[in-house]
Design a protein around this ligand. Structure first.
Ligand SMILES: Nc1ncnc2c1ncn2[C@@H]1O[C@H](COP(=O)(O)OP(=O)(O)OP(=O)(O)O)[C@@H](O)[C@H]1O
Ligand SMILES: [Mg+2]
Length: 203
């Protein structure tokens, strides 16, 4: 694989909490199109590493590069704008909205239409088209008009709530790089086949 295929790179990442070293000198390169699972025993530092990569925690030492650019000092929302998106095991969704409304909001915001609060959702054909694609890709078309609080967590092949969380992450992600917990990672990579990368680690 060529160097230009590296999407995400961690170089000498260290995180110390007082006397505890949660991640000690982590070096990794994630290549375009690859899918990875991060596994390890309790306390190995998996969540800490995901928190470092996504900007929730500041590293004690080391650097993080996204598509060759140093993002070590960027806040989580700035990383999201660059296409690095994360999902959580306990997802936080808009319970009173439907999947269609949730995705329409997210796609609108991501397309720069978020500040046009006076326009009804769904006015832009581009937004509608993208929502339709995402609903289909994540098998949510059937439930697109149901309130999110009645959606199931664990209907096979993956729960609708998990599917919605991943579809929302995908529409924020230019490079489609969701980080999800292992139970979801398997599902979000397999049946939906999002054309992208997936890093799995428990929250
Ligand atoms: N905010 C914190 N303050 C102090 N110590 C912490 C903090 N977060 C994590 N740690 C410690 O860092 C180490 C790594 O924890 P981390 O939660 O990253 O492990 P993990 O691999 O995700 O574990 P698990 O499988 O239990 O989720 C542990 O010893 C943990 O107690
Ligand atoms: Mg953890």
């Amino acid at each position: 694989m060529s160097h230009s295929d590296i999407v995400l790179s961690a170089q000498g990442l260290v995180k110390r909490f007082g006397g505890i070293t949660a991640t000690g000198n982590v070096n990794l390169d994630l290549h375009k199109g690859a899918r990875h699972a991060l596994i390890g025993p309790n306390g190995a530092g998996k969540t800490t590493l995901i928190n470092l990569l996504t900007g929730v925690l500041e590293p004690t030492e080391g650097r993080i590069l996204l598509e060759g650019q140093d993002i070590t000092d960027l806040a989580p929302h700035q990383r999201v704008r660059r296409g690095m998106v994360r999902t959580f095991q306990i997802n936080q969704l808009f319970d009173t909205l439907t999947p269609l409304e949730t995705l329409a909001l997210t796609v609108s915001q991501h397309s720069g239409l978020g500040a046009r609060w006076w326009q009804p959702l769904g006015r832009s054909p581009r937004v509608v088209e993208r929502c339709e694609q995402l609903l289909e890709q994540f098998h949510l078309t059937e439930v697109m008009n149901q309130k999110t609080n009645v959606l199931a967590y664990a209907t096979p092949p993956a729960g609708d709530r998990i599917a919605l969380a991943c579809s929302r992450a995908c529409c924020c992600s230019t490079s489609r790089w969701p980080a999800c917990p292992p139970a979801n990672a398997r599902n979000c990579c397999r049946p939906w086949r999002p054309a992208g990368r997936c890093v799995g680690a428990p929250d």
